[in-house]
Design a protein around this ligand. Structure first.
Ligand code: ZN
Length: 136
């Protein structure tokens, strides 16, 4: 398995505007990008911590994945994302090992990364994302 690092940690929040000040004023991080991912029905705000990002996720639609998550569980950690090499091969290998895939093939996520989610039923309850930056 070729995980190089934790690419980001996804945190569901009700409002980016109300959440960014905690990360900037209390933790002293800098929000370097805000981006809407229509496909996921979210707006995202990014902070860099070493080579790992914090990705705040605000729902743009109550029926979207983050809208439903917040309704069920409230704000909090939503997923963990690992940076991998050869995402297609990794998905194939995991499927062969019996892991349930949410995405059988990678799709485009925020910041132009290729991403795919593994089902939390197969990952000890943690929604797990694989990411690959093919521009690197
Ligand atoms: Zn993510």
């Amino acid at each position: 398995m070729s995980i190089s690092h934790i690419e980001h940690i996804g945190i569901a929040v009700k409002s980016l505007e109300n959440s960014i000040p905690f990360y900037e004023k209390v933790l002293g991080l800098k929000c370097y990008n805000i981006e809407e991912v229509r496909d996921q029905k979210v707006r995202t705000a990014f902070f860099m911590v070493g080579q790992t990002k914090i990705e705040l996720l605000e729902s743009t639609d109550p029926e979207g994945p983050i809208g439903k998550f917040i309704e069920k569980k409230g704000e909090g950690i939503h997923h963990i994302a690992f940076a991998v090499k050869g995402i297609e091969d990794q998905l194939k290998r995991m499927e062969e090992q019996g892991i349930m895939l949410i995405d059988k093939a990678p799709r485009k996520g925020a910041e132009g990364l290729d991403i795919a989610f593994l089902h939390p039923k197969s990952t000890l309850g943690v929604l797990t994302e694989l990411c690959e930056d093919k521009n690197k």
